[in-house]
Design a protein around this ligand. Sequence first.
Ligand code: MEV
Length: 327
Amino acid sequence: MKVNAGDLSVLGSMKSHASAPGKIILCGEHAVVYGRPAIALPLTGIRAHAHITGSAPGSGIRFNAPDLGRRWLLSTTPGDPLSELTLTTLQQLGITGMPDVEITITSDIPIASGMGSGAAIATAIVRALADAFGRNLSAEEVSSLVYESERRYHGTPSGIDNTVIAYERAIWFQRRSEPPHLIEPLPMTAAFTLLIGDTGVRSATRLPVGEVRRRWQEDPARYETLFDMVADVVHQVRQALQEGDLMALGPLLNRNQDLLEQIGVSSPHLERLIAAARAAGASGAKLSGGGWGGVMIALVELDVAMQVRKALLESGATRVLETTIGE
Ligand code: MEV
């Protein structure tokens, strides 16, 4: 059904809010861009928010992102990724004409940290727009709107970030050459705790993703072998989680880190935190997400969590988050 934005008498008093979680990749990043499986987890405790309020007739769509120190009008900055996403979403919702609204974006998720800040902001906006116009979008629809936006601005994303954020559950993800991609809930029989250490070094995901592509094009045989080895680790992680074999999980995360180092996406900052976490008793640690900066994860038993957190902070982590999966 098509609705003209101007016909919506509710707009003046409109108030809508939606949020979306951050995410981490447990294992399989980068190889997932090349069709191998990966496991991603939502971070429901840290979120991006979009608030939509109706504004004066004729004022159009205004964005306000105080955390980024940015304000802009859709009409004067139509090429901004969030302006484009908003237009595409309105189109999908069947809204013609331009509503008069202010979209305020805030986020607890540090940008360019590997925790999915861009996809979470985009997801919060799509959800808030759907809510503002009284529409329901399925997780799949939200995810594909956000994917299109990510694809336009971030090169060749696999689709795992928008998927785990839109579905808000632990997923097994495998990209196929044509959608639908393989998205399965992750079977888990035991809970486990991860500490997430932030290097404080910001690294836009598209940079390491672009560099891996360049290296893969130069030496496809080597990179295909490395991606196959990552896939093997990811399959073993799945089995360990399914069987509740947490003893197996740590060494598998370490093995994934070795492979990420060979792929060329680690960094001295990440490796410093990873070494500190292992030395302080973490049973496994690796970078998570795009690499070259951003965050690392450490698998910890509760009795060593405090000392691993302390070691991470002493080794330069700018913050340490804790998440328990599978409870
Ligand atoms: C980023 O969270 C994960 C990467 O594999 C990129 C992608 O899958 O699009 C590095």
